[in-house]
Write a protein that binds this ligand. Structure first.
Ligand code: SF4
Length: 710
């Protein structure tokens, strides 16, 4: 189905959730020329260094080009038929013997929406289990849960333009300058034009973002709920509540305020708990109170926490109290990490969601989805979330797992446990574009997938904008789209309903489902049925559009809640009482430092793509253990020398650095290095496998560790 590509193709960057538009020009014999797409509404032609270097990362070195299967302990090349038979036969046998919950899919924010849609339909409608989760669980599932609690559906109210229109941009747990660079450039440009725009950064580290902010609050890791509960009581006490809005459009304020008042009514006390200067804290509270147009954007520092969902709601509470939502220049804003974290959420790629934002625990919606799919069954309870899923693999409850476009042996917490789990698992199927990964070593079947520039479909960015990823390179070797592999396995398992001709047919079904019986009784905000019924050529030419897209129109929606109607049955938004609690594992004498993990400016995930570009590698050629010079002295380690970081779960070795603005008591280690890189520094092996009780998102930002000379 690969029609010949035009010389210049408009597509979307595969890295972060900003979702910048990219043009790729293919000239025979040279690497594709990558440039920013000035016509893309999310980015207006901007690209960051990672996006700009995409052309250098497209060679086929190290690519997985053919299916492989394990035979007598060793991998050998196989044909697609043989490999697919092995997958379908294995899944069918295990389901027959142990039931549908003995199999699982673990997918990724790197998948396109169409791949995700088919994976979800396969598991929830045909296998009959909700055991499909995604590495988005590790990224923004706390935001999903927070949105659902506050708004009744997983909804991001605003858009990127709001950052430019705001008078105050609050960046919480987000190194936006490095992790969402072109959005940060937009904020800085707006600030240049209108110096009254102020930026407050709330982050335990003094990151590049904090350097450029007007005010940096270096809070003690894990204390965000105290800080925002304190803000809520401050706003209430000083007369900044929008009483009419609160009265008419919300519920639950009394409970939320009572909870906040318990510990957080005194800013001096809050400053002490958060370990920030009381004057600076008050300056932030006053700035928030005084600015009608406030955007509070947050990322993994908020999400990746055992109280991540409460952190999200503590932030949203402040916007609900002041009625600052649904209007230009204001609102809470979740910055997603991956290019298609949102697309996965829309089709139900998480174990606790169904499809098109419908709920697994709602019998009417279950039946609605089942009948739309004409599926033989439908999962009737939430499946296992990422960390629990691999725990169940280790316990032998899940006996077959199909991993797509992600490397859990590097990225999950307590990664050594994942290794033991995969070692024991009866059938491990891995779909990837890379031949050698830590996870692939444990595969029984390896399926070659299409990479960026080869695959074709849609992604959704952080501002709800659906954009096309278009192919401009031929499929290498025997690589195939993930949705095709899924459909082939489904067909071999005797499932009907997987006869899609192309990505367009899948998107069309997804769009129709989103609007199907979306009436007063079943009211859902996520509805893109205005995009259903497109011709193939219109899908190919689809311009970036923000959902919802109303039936009968192809215009998108820039902001939600302009009508102040939320998705809970009574149309009201909910305040959530967020009782602050410390990270699950406290530092102690044996493990006196708190490990924080995250991204570097020029790398992406496990470097399978960005690692190919020498100029990107130059920024940080090797992993580092970043800590405060005083702590280094106490630990007996010196800058530039090797040291070992140890937690109760594992250990790793890297060079000591003092570059990252780390406060005393904290350590920062980047997430990108794996067993395949020159230095094996899998920080996931150290991370505590603690999760948020609501969202299941792991606590990547707080693991007690010690640092010693190596
Ligand atoms: Fe790609 Fe994000 Fe950079 Fe844009 S900001 S070019 S989406 S990595």
């Amino acid at each position: 189905d690969m029609s010949l590509p035009a010389p210049t193709v408009r597509t979307t960057c595969p890295y972060c959730g900003v979702g910048c538009g990219v043009t790729a020009t293919v000239k025979p014999g040279t690497i594709p020329i990558i440039a920013g797409d000035a016509r893309h509404a999310a980015s207006g032609g901007r690209l960051c260094v990672k996006g700009a270097a995409l052309g250098e990362t497209l060679d086929l070195d190290g690519r997985l080009l053919y299916p492989h299967i394990r035979e007598e302990g060793a991998m050998r090349r196989a044909g697609w038929d043989e490999a697919l038979e092995r997958v379908a036969g294995g899944f069918a046998r295990i389901i027959e013997e142990y039931g549908p919950d003995a199999v699982a899919l673990y997918v990724s924010g790197q998948l396109l929406t169409e791949d995700y849609y088919v994976a979800n339909k396969f598991m929830k409608g045909y296998v009959g289990s909700a055991n499909i989760d995604t590495n988005s669980r590790l990224c923004m599932s706390s935001s999903v849960a927070g949105h659902k609690r506050a708004f009744g559906e997983d909804l991001v109210p605003g858009c990127y333009e709001d950052f430019e229109l705001a008078d105050l941009v609050v960046l919480v747990g987000s190194n936006t300058a490095w992790c969402h660079p072109t959005l940060f450039q937009r904020i800085l440009k707006a600030k240049e034009a209108r110096p009254g725009l102020r930026i407050v950064a709330i982050d335990p580290r003094r990151t590049a973002t904090c350097e450029l902010a007007d005010l940096h609050l270096p809070i003690k890791p894990g204390t965000d709920v105290w800080l925002f509960n304190g803000l809520l009581t401050y706003l209430a006490r000083h007369g900044h509540a929008d009483a009419a809005f609160v009265q008419a459009q919300t519920e639950g304020l009394e409970g939320a305020l009572a909870t906040a008042d318990t510990d957080c009514s005194d800013p001096v006390q809050v400053a002490r708990i958060c370990r920030v200067d009381p004057g600076k804290l008050l300056a932030f509270y006053e700035a928030f109170a005084a600015s009608d147009k406030v955007v509070s954007a947050y990322s993994q520092g908020v999400n990746q926490s055992s109280s991540g969902t409460d952190k999200v709601n503590a932030i949203i509470n402040c916007h609900l109290l002041t009625g600052r939502i649904g209007r230009p220049g204001m609102g809470p804003f979740s910055l997603t990490g991956q290019p298609n974290a949102m697309g996965g959420r829309e089709v139900g790629g998480l174990a606790n969601m169904l499809a098109a934002h419908m709920d697994l625990d709602n019998p009417a919606q279950r039946e609605l989805v089942r009948s739309f799919w004409d599926a033989p069954r439908i999962a009737d309870k939430p499946g296992l979330k990422a960390v629990d899923l691999f725990r169940a693999v280790e316990e032998g409850k899940v006996k077959a797992v199909w991993i797509m476009a992600t490397n859990p042996l590097v990225s999950l917490p307590d990664a050594e446990k994942v290794r033991r789990a995969l070692d024991k698992c009866e059938l491990v199927v891995v779909s990837d574009i890379v031949a050698a990964t830590d996870t692939n070593d444990y595969a029984d079947v390896l399926l070659p997938a299409l990479g960026w520039g080869e695959k074709d479909g849609t992604v959704t960015n952080s501002e709800r904008r659906i954009s096309r990823q278009r192919a401009f390179l031929p499929a290498p070797g025997e690589a195939r789209a993930d949705w095709r592999a899924l459909c082939e396995v489904a067909r071999r398992m005797g499932f009907t309903g997987f006869g899609y001709e192309d990505a367009h047919a899948i998107f069309d079904e997804h769009a129709r489902l989103s609007g199907w019986r979306n009436d007063a009784h079943n009211r859902r905000v996520f509805d893109i049925s205005g995009l259903a019924g497109m011709h193939r050529k219109d899908y190919d030419a689809l311009e970036p559009v923000q959902w919802p897209v109303a039936p009968g129109s192809s215009e998108g929606t820039q902001r939600l809640f302009a009508d102040c109607r939320f998705a809970h049955a009574n149309g009201k938004a909910r305040f959530i009482a967020t009782a602050p609690r410390a990270p699950v594992h406290a530092v102690d004498e044996d493990f006196p430092l708190a490990l924080n993990t995250g991204r570097l400016r020029d790398q992406w995930h496990t470097m399978t793509r960005t690692g190919k570009s020498p100029r990107l590698a130059n920024h940080a050629p090797e992993p580092t253990i970043d800590l405060h010079p005083h702590d280094a002295l106490l630990c007996g380690v010196r800058e530039g020398e090797l040291a070992r970081v140890t937690s109760r779960w594992g250990a790793m070795v890297a060079r000591v650095a003092h570059g990252g603005g780390i406060a005393r008591g904290s350590v920062f280690v980047p997430i990108h290095w794996s067993g395949q890189t020159a230095s094996d520094a899998r920080v996931g092996a150290l991370v505590n496998p603690v999760v948020d009780p609501v969202s299941g998102e792991p606590e990547f930002k707080h693991t007690p560790v010690r640092v010693e000379p190596f």
